[in-house]
Ligand binder design. Structure first.
Ligand code: 9WO
Length: 253
């Protein structure tokens, strides 16, 4: 997959893909990321990329022309249709389902804003989709773009060592992940749950499923409402609830 990123801070985005699973995916050519700086397409000695907000008020808005030219350059750099995705708090929320859809595309263009954002006329004419990674405001779209690249990059065929890993991800089945442990089995902080040392794979799988269901119930009950649990899952969740008597859905702190 190829991802072109239009950003005033190319290094910012490139930094996000240098390490671990995504770094290896990039090294192996599974993922190609190139940045395009609107500053390089700006006019005049000052190479202006922003101007004051129409209607007054503090802050600056990114100019149409440098962004339009950077987008055109990004589009021409590789063959194939590429959706332009603008990262902003006004976008639709990114979910793992959406990540999976995007991961199946051959290419896309991520547009990062700075300041108060970009001129809405550019959004209307050049942006196919506005995406948010969560309900908070950053100082620009770059970290959000890095999040999208990371989430998509690790799903590229061959990026994860174990082909099963992506299937077992938290959220791939709509549930939170179970807890994990490693050695030593006995530690000052406590013991590893005995079932994980039993060698009984069926029992281990049941325990993990119960933990996933239970944690989802405790921490993200709204996720369970979107699922229809089978009879086995319902029993496991009831067992978890019995063992966690007294605990209830976590309230807002
Ligand atoms: C700035 C601002 C200042 C005063 C009052 C409200 C304000 N909103 C913004 C604003 O949204 N600035 C954005 C900064 C403009 C677009 C790029 N920026 C951005 C993207 N911040 N946060 C994101 C983002 C992207 C995706 N998912 C979550 C957040």
């Amino acid at each position: 997959m190829r991802i072109d990123v239009v950003t005033l801070f190319p290094e910012f985005v490139q930094q996000g893909i240098g390490f671990g699973v995504i770094g290896r995916a990039a090294e192996r050519g599974l993922l190609e990321v190139e940045a395009w700086n609107p500053r390089d397409y700006a006019e005049g000695g000052y190479r202006r990329v922003d101007d004051s907000v129409c209607g007054g008020g503090p802050g600056m808005v990114m100019l149409i022309e440098p962004l339009r030219k950077a987008l055109a350059a990004a589009r021409q750099a590789a063959a194939g249709k590429a959706p332009v995705i603008y990262l902003s708090p006004q976008g639709r929320r990114l979910t793992q389902d959406k990540v999976r859809q995007l991961a199946s595309l051959p290419r896309m263009i991520l547009l990062c804003g700075r300041y108060e954002g970009i001129d809405e006329r550019l959004v209307e004419r050049e942006v196919d989709e506005e995406l948010s990674i969560g309900d908070y405001v950053l100082s620009g779209g770059e970290l959000a773009a890095a999040v999208v690249i990371d989430a998509i990059g690790r799903l590229q065929e061959g990026a994860l060592g174990d082909a099963q890993s992506a299937l077992q991800d938290s959220f791939s089945v709509g549930l939170l992940d179970c807890p994990h442990y490693t050695r030593p089995v006995g530690h000052e902080f406590g013991e590893v749950p005995a079932v994980l040392l039993s060698g009984d794979h069926a029992a281990v799988n049941r325990w993990r499923r119960m933990q996933s269901l239970g944690r989802t119930w405790l921490r993200r009950p709204e996720l369970l409402e979107n699922l229809t649990l089978g009879q086995d899952d319902q029993r496991l969740l009831e067992e978890f609830k019995r063992e966690h008597k007294g605990q209830t859905h976590e309230q807002d702190h």
